[in-house]
Ligand binder design. Structure first.
Ligand code: CP
Length: 308
């Protein structure tokens, strides 16, 4: 079975194939009749051990638009509450013969572990601070549709890079497609050795955003911090929150992106999130299309031919 566990391991060709396929899915999703029978007869289970709005909803819609039967496991009401482990939970669902499991978990590597155990395709919907591959694909699709290319663009990824699987997947993907990546953050919110990923590091927003084509803001993940390492919201916004003055340093037509969920007034000012340069809602739309492209690619290559 084929899996999507991370951007690491995908070639430039794989990525281009998925983005082209997702472009087709955008067209379908904008029609009145959105449903196809591409995955008819196949079963998709969404298994989310962490909260989600965008990823879970878009995987569910993506599966339904492809004609699959989609089940959302509500982990909060499941036997996980009674102490059942991740693997036992997954093996229990595996016994019901799903064709694809979409998994989000707080631990890095959880999806890769499950992929070795279950008898179906697995998609990583976010594992700890490791990877969130479909988010990076939808971000790349948004950029490509807006700018016509990715190669040669300067992308500034700003904020809590330390805790961000979105940043990690985007650095790998956008670098592979030829973008220049900058990270802009206080040193306490950067992983040690981030330079080894081939990024330029800045600690000042105006410097880091200078002439950028894309400004990607990240949520301050306060729930993953403790004690004196939790910055004060007021101070954080003053130095690292995206407002009109800081955005002025980027190119006048720079895109403003945020994977969501966003904290208005913490990492981004409301007027910027809702402003003319923001493509945050387009990112959400691209999320459904990218997830359709990913599931169709994994499952059709498994089954060789579409369901009749
Ligand atoms: N961007 C993202 O993964 O959002 P959710 O946590 O709402 O799925």
């Amino acid at each position: 079975h084929r899996h999507l566990l991370g951007i690491n391991g995908l070639t430039e060709l794989d990525i281009a194939f998925l983005l082209d396929k997702a472009d087709q899915a955008v067209k379908l999703s904008r029609q009145r009749e959105k449903k196809t029978s591409t995955l008819r007869g196949l079963t998709q289970i969404n298994l989310f051990f962490e909260a989600s709005t965008r990823t879970q909803a878009s995987f569910e819609l993506a599966g339904k638009r492809l004609g699959a039967d989609v089940m959302n496991m509500s982990v909060g009401n499941s036997s996980v509450k009674k102490g059942e482990t991740l693997i036992d939970t997954a093996m229990t669902l595996n016994a019901m013969h799903p064709d694809i499991l979409i998994v989000r978990h707080a631990s890095a590597g959880a999806c890769a572990l499950l992929a070795q155990k279950v008898g179906c395709s697995v998609v990583n919907a976010g594992d700890g601070a490791h990877e969130h591959p479909t988010q990076a694909l939808l971000d790349a699709l948004t950029i490509r549709r807006e700018k016509g290319r990715i190669a040669g663009l300067t992308v500034a990824i700003c904020g809590d890079v330390l805790h961000s699987r979105v940043a990690r997947s985007n650095i790998i993907l956008l670098s592979a497609l030829g973008a220049r990546i900058r990270v802009v953050a206080p040193s306490t919110l950067l992983p040690a050795g981030i330079e080894r990923m081939g990024v330029e590091v800045f600690h000042d927003m105006t410097e880091g955003l200078r002439d950028a084509d894309v400004v990607m803001m990240l949520r301050l993940q306060r729930e993953r911090m403790s004690g004196s390492f939790v910055p004060s919201v007021r101070e954080y916004f003053r130095y690292f929150g995206l407002d009109a003055q800081k955005l002025n340093a980027a190119k006048p037509d720079a895109l403003v992106m945020h994977p969501g969920p966003m904290n208005r007034g913490v990492e981004i000012a409301s007027e910027i999130a809702d402003g003319p340069q923001s493509v945050i809602e387009e990112q959400v739309e691209m999320g459904v299309a990218v997830r359709m492209a990913v599931m169709e690619t994994l499952l059709l290559s498994d089954n060789q031919e579409p369901a009749k």
